[in-house]
Design a protein around this ligand. Sequence first.
Ligand SMILES: NC(=O)c1ccc[n+]([C@@H]2O[C@H](COP(=O)([O-])OP(=O)(O)OC[C@H]3O[C@@H](n4cnc5c(N)ncnc54)[C@H](O)[C@@H]3O)[C@@H](O)[C@H]2O)c1
Length: 284
Amino acid sequence: MTALPRRKVLITGAAGGMGRACARMFGAADDLVLTDISQDRLDAFANELRTDSYNVAAHAGDMSDPALIATLVNELSDGKPFALVHTAGLSPALGDWKAIMQVNLVASELLLNALESILVPGSAAVLIASSAGHMMPPVPEIDAVLAEPLSDGFLDRIEQIIVGMSGANSQGGMGGISYTLSKRAIHTLVQRRSQTWGPNGCRITSISPGMIDTFMGRSEIENTGGAQELLDATPAGRIGTPMDIAMAAHFLTSDNASFISGTDLLVDGAGTYGIKASMAAAQG
Ligand SMILES: NC(=O)c1ccc[n+]([C@@H]2O[C@H](COP(=O)([O-])OP(=O)(O)OC[C@H]3O[C@@H](n4cnc5c(N)ncnc54)[C@H](O)[C@@H]3O)[C@@H](O)[C@H]2O)c1
């Protein structure tokens, strides 16, 4: 009997809400490589999956750490197509502006740079962005700064941009702007990378979730007004589930999505348009 080929799927933020749902979804047919900064939660989850007969490798660490990234890339380096679902991230309720930019954008750039050395045709990546990234009208000068997250003085330039924006007069305000900028940057990062991934037979996309029922989503609803407003403006009439995101990620990394690359998919119950419409109506 010949076994069906199994992909290796790297899931970052695997101990979090979306990461866990993605592991359950992908792990049914793929071999899992899981990572998260929380060693305890990652180990407990990996053991839970192994008990349920999933095939799991787990490496805890900070996504900004090049040594961790090298270990993860090594796990995927078997010469076969791989998939990536990059969910690791921080929101304004969970970190200050600098940590948010470091984890959401700088670490993403480091990870993609490392993965580009092992691209095999058929590989596919999905980065989890946010509906927040759609709230900011594109500003070419800001996009140009966000496109170089590994350049010297990057965080200083970001700080200057943030303090120059309205709403930056508090730590929470700075975190919110940093989060929006970091997720806008993921949208454009995916566009740019698709141009090098495509000729290698590989695809890269992002998903922008609306309000999703995870630790992060609940923290935002409890601590920031904007999250509840987004939920209230969501025509689907409910909060999203982590499995809503996992199913979209599974589709985007499958052969059914073979003509989809360099783009973002809103998985938000139409909340992003809903909140923009209600803001426009409030302004008359
Ligand atoms: N939940 C929502 O409503 C929502 C909405 C839009 C976008 N998002 C995005 O979705 C992604 C997943 O969020 P979630 O809702 O599952 O949150 P979550 O908090 O449940 O999971 C995030 C995981 O990332 C891990 N993490 C944080 N910093 C890390 C680091 N430096 N290195 C490695 N791992 C790290 C955390 O330990 C956590 O397990 C995030 O990028 C988030 O910005 C979430």
